[in-house]
Design a protein around this ligand. Structure first.
Ligand SMILES: [Zn+2]
Ligand SMILES: [Zn+2]
Length: 191
């Protein structure tokens, strides 16, 4: 069955994403439609454990919650990666085939602002074909083995703070392994 632009499927997934996020805002509508669109393009199904999928998010706003809810990908399963580019885009990577698409939100990348309410936007998104709302590019994902789901491939201890570093995230300096916090400075300061 073609899941793209199917009204019932959209409503069902929108409800799921709204529950996960707390409400159905504009970003949830966009993210839901976007996630169904790319899953459809990859020939993947909804409402099942997509163990064959990794999603790379480029933004940490409402849209991202819908992508998580619809795909079932999560950080804890290592199937959801936050790239933090601050861009309304995401890439969907099918592990078994290496096939991947990067998708962007056409509205968000338009310099002209639309004059419409959230309700009007939601209605427009329901009616407009996904091909017009999103821009899709086939991409090659450059993936480190340490980024894959499954058991950890690498564990070391930081030479400075002695805390354990998983999955190859250490930085080597002078032949020693350091955590990013010790090597590059941290988001926190110990009081
Ligand atoms: Zn929201
Ligand atoms: Zn450290």
């Amino acid at each position: 069955m073609n899941i793209i632009d199917n009204k019932e499927i959209f409503e069902e997934q929108l409800e799921k994403a709204g529950k996960f996020h707390g409400d159905i805002c504009g970003g949830i509508v966009i993210g839901t439609k976007l996630a169904i669109y790319v899953l459809g393009k990859l020939g993947m199904e909804l409402n099942q454990k997509n163990k064959d999928l990794i999603v790379f998010l480029e933004i940490d706003r409402c849209m991202s919650d819908a992508v998580q809810a619809v795909t079932g990908c999560s950080m804890g399963k290592r199937s959801l990666k936050q790239m933090n580019y601050g861009k309304f885009a995401a890439s969907f990577y099918k592990i078994s085939t290496g096939e991947a698409f990067r998708v962007t939100d056409v509205d968000a990348n338009s310099k002209e602002k639309r004059d419409e309410t959230t309700e009007e936007m939601i209605e427009r998104f329901k009616k407009t074909p996904s091909d017009e709302l999103f821009s899709l590019q086939p991409v090659e994902i450059i993936l480190d083995e340490n980024e894959l789901p499954g058991s950890p491939r690498d564990k070391v201890f930081c030479a400075s703070c002695n805390e354990k570093i998983m999955d190859g995230k250490q930085i080597i300096m002078g032949g020693k392994s350091f955590c990013k916090s010790c090597a590059e400075g941290s988001y926190y300061r110990i009081l």
